[in-house]
Design a protein around this ligand. Structure first.
Ligand code: ZN
Length: 120
């Protein structure tokens, strides 16, 4: 194992804000808009947003992978367009897993970084 002192440190994330509209079952026509942010304490620690579909099982929208990739690339804004990870219908079926939940989350994730520290 070797030290890598020259590797640039990842920039510290100061805030993650998500503006979104969820469409599908369980939301009004045209979708349900929302806004959460880490600073306001309204963003789940796992970066998880719940699905509104009452028929949905094990659903929701996990933003962690999207955010991690964006931070790695030092991006300040990424577009969001995610299908729900859940499914509808019976848990066990001879025909295989139930149909996927059709709810969708669209919007944008904005990432604010702490200013770079001046060199000592
Ligand atoms: Zn769902």
């Amino acid at each position: 194992m070797s030290a890598t002192p020259n590797e640039p440190a990842a920039r510290a994330v100061r805030d993650i804000a998500v503006e979104f509209v969820q469409t599908g079952a369980g939301v009004p026509d045209g979708g349900k808009p929302g806004r959460v942010s880490e600073r306001e304490g309204t963003l789940d620690r796992r970066l998880f947003l719940t699905c509104a579909n009452p028929e949905c099982k094990k659903g929701g929208f996990l933003l962690r992978a999207v955010v991690d990739r964006a931070v790695k690339d030092a991006r300040t804004e990424v577009e969001l367009d995610l299908p729900c990870a859940g499914y509808t219908g019976p848990l066990r079926s001879e025909r295989g897993p139930g149909a996927g939940c059709a709810n969708r989350l669209r919007g944008a994730i904005r990432i604010t970084y702490a200013p770079a520290k001046p060199r000592a």
